[in-house]
Design a protein around this ligand. Structure first.
Ligand SMILES: Cc1ncc(COP(=O)(O)O)c(C=O)c1O
Length: 393
């Protein structure tokens, strides 16, 4: 298969690569899949009733921008969560999950050129892969900034040369981050937003793990921007029900930003987007209004993290994530470790390099595996004990 030139260097997606790596070997024991971030906790039982009540609405084309009721529920949630007032008619748009939004928003908002040069899109390395593909589709240049352990696994934007920032049109940043579970602090956001205004770029904040935290709710870009008075057009925040509400299959999220940005995203999506079916928008509306199910799920993740901290307590390289539901474990070689876990124990984890790009100083994921804590706690306990035994003995 021949891709157009701009996609020609695209590596195979992480999960087909993993199949290629492991499928040639039989699983050593009963399979435990810890490779995918597919939430497994329950969603509320009442979802079924809401769906049934509104099922007749499958008949009609859904409103492209999101139903007024859904947009109002989202703006109530933003107010509750971040203390920020967002206009539901002009400053939010409903998405089919954050993945398509992270892609579509870049097409709508990223200029091809800045000061006569091709625009640059900065992103962390490792990263959620759609950031790179969106950049290639928009015909701009992705640049990968290594998210080092010494910098809490967040890219250090203060070390990016001014020359590069001048050409930067968008920065993707994920907090809490996938895969490391790092949380951008208030001062981190603040410094980034100051740079955004100074160099006139937009910050695309992927905050889809914002509700899965240990103790304190992660500070969000919307609240920091509001506090320091950043121009809302420099701030584009993405949220999702996939992780928050254990409904990855619902495909529902939103983007919040300034009026001009949202209007541009709406315009492009009116041509090319696939709006969320209305009965599903009704479900999404109720989910944003409910925090009980989110708290139950968060507490289950907390238990799993306590367990992980205990199991890896005497592994020197272990760092306990602040949020999200992954462990990012240091190993000697990511593919070798993944293969060993599969062959000896039937445990499937993701090699870190499948989430990262090569750089001059190597691939920052090569010495890591990503382990998802999504299965029931008994299975997670078994998986983590086996990882401890097989990798760190
Ligand atoms: C960092 C990150 N961003 C975005 C997404 C996309 O999530 P969704 O499209 O389900 O909202 C994921 C999914 O795994 C993710 O890990």
């Amino acid at each position: 298969m021949e891709f157009p030139e701009r996609f020609s260097n695209l590596p195979e997606y992480a999960f087909p690569r993993l199949r290629l790596l492991l499928d040639q070997y039989p699983a050593g024991k009963q399979v435990l899949n810890m490779s995918v971030g597919d939430p497994k906790h329950h969603f509320p039982k009442w979802v079924k009733e809401v769906l049934e009540k509104n099922i007749h609405e499958f008949r009609q084309y859904p409103p492209n921008d999101g139903s007024p009721e859904l947009l109002k529920a989202i703006s109530r949630w933003i107010k509750r969560r971040y203390g920020v007032l967002v206009d539901n008619t002009t400053e939010i748009m409903a998405l089919n999950g954050t993945r398509e939004g992270l892609f579509a928003a870049l097409q709508a908002l990223c200029p091809e050129n800045k000061f006569g040069d091709r625009s640059i899109v900065l992103m962390p390395n490792p990263f959620y892969q759609v950031y790179a593909v969106a950049s290639l589709a928009a015909n701009v240049s992705p640049i990968y900034l290594t998210a080092m352990k010494s910098n809490k696994f967040l890219p250090d934007f203060s070390s990016v040369p001014e020359e590069l920032l001048t050409k930067t049109a968008v920065i993707y940043i994920c907090s809490p981050s996938n895969p490391q579970g790092s949380v951008a602090s208030e001062s981190y956001w603040q410094n980034l937003l100051i740079l955004a205004e100074k160099f006139n770029f937009r910050v695309f904040a992927d905050e889809c793990y914002s509700e899965i935290y240990r103790e304190e709710p992660p500070v969000g870009i919307l609240e920091v921007a509001n506090k320091i008075g950043t121009n809302p057009e420099n701030v584009v925040s993405f949220h999702s029900l996939s992780k928050r509400s254990n409904m990855a299959g619902l495909r529902s999220g939103f983007v919040a930003s300034g009026k001009n940005n949202i209007s541009a995203i709406k315009k492009l999506r009116a041509y090319a987007g696939a709006p969320l079916p209305l009965p599903l928008q009704r479900v999404a509306e109720k989910l944003w209004d409910d925090e009980d199910h989110v708290e139950i799920s968060r507490n289950l993740y907390k238990e799993k993290f306590i367990l992980a901290d205990t199991i890896f307590s005497n592994v020197e390289s272990y760092s306990s994530p602040e949020a999200g539901f992954f462990l990012w474990l240091e190993v000697e070689n990511d593919e070798k470790a993944a293969k060993k876990l599969w062959i000896e124990a039937g445990i499937k984890v993701l090699p870190g390099s499948y989430l990262s790009r090569d750089t001059k100083s190597g691939n920052p994921g090569k010495k890591y595996i990503r382990v998802a804590l999504v299965e029931p706690i008994e299975e997670v306990a078994h998986g983590l004990k086996m990882i401890r035994k097989i990798i760190y003995n």
